[in-house]
Design a protein around this ligand. Structure first.
Ligand SMILES: *Cc1c(COP(=O)(O)O)cnc(C)c1O
Length: 379
């Protein structure tokens, strides 16, 4: 059996968790949380990194910080996870879906302007599979129309666009440390604040509406309820786990990239023959091998493929029923212009096993099984 995902565990996590427990510091914003924030700020050249309980909560915070009013609109792709859209609804705005580019499955930057109305306040991009959206074009549009930019970089930790780490380009960046992501803390995430104007409000929002963060830093001698807030800080137990993972940023990344390269090389001939397509990595983008997908002919062939792989003991999965066609998407949102690629391409896409620590033998079994499927269908 080859699983689709195995949560990353590098071996040092329990030691750090024991340290948190022995120090009797297990609630939020202790040493481990601080260390994780500082490490990421330094490594990713990020201005402010606030660790959160999930990427969902980081997206929620970003939307609340934007301060939308009723009837405001936010542009986003339909091919994404529900959290990307939920945050917009929580923030009080309407999600306006834009089609994707078939080569990366990212929002099509050339279709964003047509979706802008006088009510548009922000663009939420999602870097699919850790491959960057065309951020120069998107940031230029945002500046010209005065829009906020939120990066859903749940899948993009360690990836770059023209030398900048994903999550550090828009006003806000959101990371996920769920166990299905490249780095984990069980459940967790981070909000990157790249626009200093929002930092103080973000700290208050994250700490139940209080200025406790300032108190912890010794800037004030007592803390109080100053504004609306919620609770978005994870326990030190989770932060200690993440600290362990962050010690292995490059090892995990390189290991995943090796799997990605082995798949790409093995499937080169299938791509050449036009039997499948794989994700394009545009010039100027470095990726983190968050996932590896192939696109088959159509839905029918994908169903056959998944069954074939399953019979060989290999789990492959597809995802994202386009949000605009899901019940909540129909209720809350609308699609701008035509859905040319979102639905059609999502029905052809399937993801292969990809996780830290995959053995050479398992990599080989996956590539051989995929090749044998196409050898069979060509006969
Ligand atoms: C995983 C994921 C999320 C949600 O992350 P959580 O940490 O589980 O809340 C949001 N957006 C995208 C694109 C994701 O892949």
């Amino acid at each position: 059996m080859i699983s689709f995902n195995v949560p990353p565990v590098v071996g040092n996590e329990l030691g750090f968790i024991a340290e948190a427990v022995e120090n009797r510091r297990i609630s939020g914003d202790g040493d481990f949380t601080k260390r994780c924030s500082r490490l990421m700020e330094k490594r990713f050249d990020a201005r402010h990194v606030l660790i959160t309980t999930s990427c969902t909560s980081a997206l929620d915070m970003a939307a609340l910080l934007c301060g939308f009013n009723e009837g405001d609109e936010v542009i986003l792709p339909s091919y994404t996870f529900s959290s990307t859209a939920n945050a917009i609804i929580l923030g009080g705005a309407v999600p306006v879906f834009v089609d994707v580019r078939p080569d990366t499955m990212n929002i099509d930057e050339t279709k964003i302007e047509a979706a802008i109305t006088p009510r548009t306040k922000a663009i939420t991009v999602m870097h699919y599979g850790g491959v960057a959206c065309e951020m120069d074009t998107i940031m230029d549009i945002a500046h010209r129309y005065g829009l906020m930019v939120i990066e859903d970089a749940a899948q993009g930790v360690m990836s770059t666009y023209k030398g900048k780490y994903l999550g550090t380009i828009g006003d806000f960046g959101c990371y996920s440390f769920h166990e299905t992501k490249n780095y984990s803390m069980g459940e967790g995430g981070a909000l990157l604040i790249n626009n200093d104007a929002y930092l103080e409000r973000a700290e208050i929002l994250r700490e139940k509406g209080t200025n406790r963060s300032k108190f912890y830093r010794g800037e004030i001698d007592k803390y109080t309820w100053v504004d609306f807030g919620d609770s978005y800080l994870p326990s030190e137990i989770n932060a200690a786990f993440l600290w362990g993972q962050l010690q292995m940023l490059d090892e995990i990344n390189n290991d995943r990239l090796t799997t990605h390269r082995i798949y790409s090389e093995a499937f080169g001939p299938l791509v050449k023959k036009g039997l499948i397509e794989i994700q394009n990595i545009p010039d100027g983008c470095s990726h983190n091998a968050h996932l590896f997908y192939i696109k088959l002919r159509d839905l029918e062939q994908r169903t056959e493929f998944i069954k074939y792989m399953k019979e060989a003991g290999i789990t492959t999965v597809f995802h994202y029923v386009p949000l605009h066609s899901a019940p909540a998407g129909i209720h809350y949102g609308r699609f701008s212009e035509k859905d040319i690629y979102t639905t059609k391409e999502s029905e052809r896409l399937v993801r292969l096993p990809m996780y830290y620590g995959m053995t050479d033998e398992d990599r080989h079994t996956v590539t051989e099984t995929v090749l044998s499927f196409f050898a069979m269908t060509e006969e």
